[in-house]
Design a protein around this ligand. Structure first.
Ligand SMILES: Cc1ncc(C[n+]2csc(CCOP(=O)(O)OP(=O)(O)O)c2C)c(N)n1
Ligand SMILES: [Mg+2]
Length: 550
């Protein structure tokens, strides 16, 4: 009988559980896990910082429905990876962090990189375990994979001490639990389905809100059918965009504020009434809004606003139930109502307000002018990674999504620094597609070195930096003795980072340079960086409410 190491067992167990992507940084004691993972056919991406690797792992979980894995060494490596766990916890995305740990027989002795790792992971983990037996490693891996994707998805942590990783046993001593199936799709009771339809029928000003939960459950076909059959107006959360193509005639995205303020019945499809939806409360929502809430997690029901009808379970399965109910009892919201007229009027008004900004050729340029050009040059099926403050808020409005799970951004946690890792995740999951990674200059700095990672693996990513010299803009010139907290080096040449891997960088300051440089950048095989200077004072269209308005 052959001897087999803990590292090899972990790698084989992950592969057996449907894990296809591993991101991380190797070192003692986790090197053999990465080596064996590659040998088992898992794609390993060596990163420059575990933070970015952990963001990529969670994004892969969201995009594929099976967790991505982040691999980090003990102590500091593991702790960097906790950033991704927290982001995954907030976004409800499945991932597994595997942290190496000191040899267990040195516990408490001040071992190399010894740290309270389980305790550190715990608040963000659905499951955090330290396997104590090599033979049972596949059991722990299965637990972590299953827990990450069953119920509300989230992060799991496995703490692997050096002696478990490098220890060996006879192959026939191992217990293999078998592959855990995808999460069972849970339906809502028929009475809730009927109550939901009754509530919608009683509405004067109904609104459907599509969240990333619907995208995660791959409900796109069912949601499109539901929206088209009912004729209801809808809007999408930032990452719910694309579940229905953004150019659909029932999208009322440009009238978002008006729709939220005036809707009397809201159907949430995998979207939460947290800060991103202004808690579902005034002044952003009607004080008497009635809520139909579709969510995988019963504990989410009733958060911030009492729920009139709860649809607890899987978005794809429950939307199919709603469609079946509509087939039995056909109903459609009339297309000629004062609600539709109001929404359409507001959309026209808002489109007219931003139109001049798209066309404004003044130098320095504004966000809309620049992002419009990026939009026009990206392929229709491009996958978009987008972060920053205004760079992201305006990008979300300017860039259309025609496909589900093709937009990743700072998410529920508002995390700056996710952009490059998430772009790499998109490229890993969608080979052959163009990934466009649009970053504020501050956002880019959090993980800029990962451009080298993207180049090393030959990923089809175009990096675009919207440079206003800082966090929400900085000064044109800097006095080193008085640097404002939000400022970065004015006109910093971030595009030169492409030179480190033999790629091409572009520095753009005028509108006439936009098209040729972006075209060339999108056409090149190695990742290019297009660094576009904009007016530090450029802003969003004036908003009635800021994101954090009370
Ligand atoms: C991890 C983290 N640190 C800090 C912040 C605070 N923050 C919010 S947006 C932002 C950067 C905005 O600047 P930039 O990316 O240049 O976009 P701009 O608005 O200038 O276009 C920062 C640092 C955050 N959200 N996340
Ligand atoms: Mg900036």
């Amino acid at each position: 009988m052959a001897q087999i190491s803990g590292a090899q067992i972990v790698a084989r167990a992950l592969k057996q559980q449907g894990v296809e992507h591993m991101f991380g940084i190797v070192g003692i004691p986790v090197i053999p896990i990465a080596v064996f993972a590659q040998r088992e056919g898992i794609k390993f991406y060596g990163f420059r910082n575990e933070q970015s690797a952990s963001y990529a792992a969670a994004a892969v979980g969201y995009l594929t429905g099976r967790p991505g894995v982040c691999l980090g060494v003990s102590g500091p490596g593991m702790i960097h990876g906790v950033a991704g766990m927290a982001n995954a916890w907030s976004n409800c995305w499945p991932m597994i962090l595997i942290g190496g740990a000191n040899d267990s027989y040195q516990n408490g002795q001040g071992a190399f990189q010894e740290a309270p790792q389980i305790e550190t992971a715990r608040p963000y983990a659905k499951y955090a375990a330290r396997p104590d037996s090599i033979a049972r490693l596949p059991y722990y891996v299965e637990q972590a994979v299953r827990t990450s994707i069953y119920g509300r998805p989230g992060a799991c942590y496995l703490d692997l001490s050096g002696d478990i990783i490098s220890g060996t046993i006879e192959e026939d001593e191992i217990v293999w639990p078998g592959k855990c199936p995808d999460a069972p799709r849970t339906c809502a009771p028929q009475e809730n389905i009927e109550a939901a339809m009754a509530a919608l029928k009683s509405a004067e000003r109904p609104l459907v809100i599509i969240g990333k939960g619907a995208a995660y459950s791959r409900a796109e076909e069912e949601v499109l059918k539901f929206v088209e059959t009912t004729g209801l107006p809808y809007l999408a959360s930032p990452m719910g965009k694309g579940v229905i193509p953004d150019d659909h005639s029932q999208s009322i995205a440009p009238a978002r504020s008006f729709a939220l303020q005036n809707a009397d019945v809201v159907l949430l499809m995998g979207a939460r009434l947290n800060w991103m939806m202004h808690f579902g409360t005034p002044p952003r929502f009607n004080a008497n809004v009635r809520v139909i809430q579709m969510d995988i997690n019963p504990e989410e029901i009733g958060t911030n606003v009492a729920t009139e009808v709860a649809l607890v379970g899987d978005a794809k399965a429950i939307t199919a139930q709603l469609n079946a109910e509509l087939k039995k009892n056909p109903w459609q919201y009339p297309s000629e109502t004062t609600w539709w007229t109001g929404l359409q009027g507001k959309m026209t008004e808002n489109a007219a307000a931003v139109a001049p900004m798209y066309e404004n050729d003044s130098v320095p340029m504004g966000y809309y002018r620049v992002l419009k050009e990026v939009r026009d040059l990206m392929p229709r099926d491009a996958a978009i990674s987008n972060e920053g403050a205004s760079t992201m808020d305006i990008g979300r409005v300017v860039f259309p999504n025609y496909l589900p799970r093709h937009r990743l951004d700072a998410g529920t946690f508002g995390t700056m620094g996710v952009g490059l890792g998430q772009a790499i995740a998109l490229a890993a999951v969608y080979p052959g597609k163009k990934v466009v990674c649009v970053e504020g200059d501050s956002a880019f700095g959090f993980s800029g070195m990962e451009v080298e990672t993207a180049a090393r693996y030959g990923l089809n990513i175009t990096f675009v930096i919207i440079n206003n010299n800082g966090i929400g803009g900085g000064p044109d010139e800097l006095d080193p003795t008085r640097v404002p907290p939000s400022a970065y080096t004015p006109s910093a040449h971030y595009e030169k980072m492409a030179e480190i891997y033999g790629g091409k960088g572009f520095f753009v300051t005028t509108p006439d340079q936009l098209k040729p440089t972006l075209q060339e950048a999108m056409a090149t095989e190695k990742p290019s960086i297009v660094n576009i200077m904009i007016d530090a004072k450029s802003q969003r269209k004036p908003q009635q409410f800021g994101w954090l308005t009370r």
